[in-house]
Design a protein around this ligand. Structure first.
Ligand SMILES: C[S@@+](CC[C@H](N)C(=O)[O-])C[C@H]1O[C@@H](n2cnc3c(N)ncnc32)[C@H](O)[C@@H]1O
Length: 204
């Protein structure tokens, strides 16, 4: 790792991490914001940084196991003095497993998750029925789960899971898919990009 990233890892990232906070964590309170968005699988951090910089009224939680991306993100946050970003450098499933105050999150974004294209690896995909249940628990009533992929089979897999869930309804309103590292890659490859959004029903 470069010295610059090493510096970010030691000096910037620890200030953003939520793992040591008392649980359940109320990110609205922590960030003094009314609305919180989770970027689950934040990669190089492009979506989180853009979203947080352009919408300072929002709080954004970036989650990834990937160290380099979080180093870049934390450096951007420090240089630009953003006060509305937090991170978890680790498994997003841990965060969804009771770390957060129930019904406290406005949106969860899963952008270009690893597709695991081989059928025998589909069980490794991030979006699974039990994970959707966990996401529903943290979403506010009316909160939105957004999922974007350039893998046709993963799109079908996601649609099947999300349409079958009685607590969600598809939201057809327009949303500009953020231009992330993997979005750019998909465009370069000429892949079809599918973006879907589902809203948590008020009575679920
Ligand atoms: C294909 S990349 C996409 C990154 C970014 N969203 C983008 O659009 O450029 C998927 C990311 O999800 C992360 N990831 C996969 N499973 C994860 C998990 N359980 N918890 C946290 N991050 C995860 C990977 O480390 C990787 O950075």
């Amino acid at each position: 790792m470069s010295a610059k990233r090493e510096f970010a890892l030691k000096q910037y990232l620890p200030h953003l991490e939520i793992s040591q906070l008392e649980r359940p964590i109320d990110l609205c309170h922590v960030l003094a914001r009314d609305e919180i968005v989770i970027d689950l699988g934040s990669g190089m951090g492009d979506h989180t940084t853009q979203l947080a910089a352009d919408n300072t009224h929002l709080g954004v939680l970036a989650i990834d196991v990937h160290t380099v991306g979080l180093c870049e993100l934390s450096e951007f946050v420090a240089i630009n003095k953003l006060e509305n970003v937090r991170t978890h450098h680790g498994d997003g499933l841990d965060v969804l497993n009771g770390w957060l105050l129930p019904e406290s999150i406005s949106e969860v974004h899963i952008l270009f998750p690893d597709p695991w294209p081989k059928a025998r690896h589909h069980k490794r995909r991030l979006l699974q029925p039990n994970v959707v249940e966990k996401i529903i628990q943290v979403l506010r009533p009316g909160g939105v789960l957004r999922f974007v992929t350039d893998d046709a089979n993963y799109y079908e897999h996601a649609m099947e899971i999300l349409c079958a869930n009685q607590s969600l309804i598809q939201d057809a309103s327009a949303w500009d898919v953020p231009l992330t590292t993997y979005h750019r890659r998909a465009l370069r490859l000429g892949n079809v990009i599918n973006s879907i959004s589902f809203r948590k029903l008020a009575s679920s």
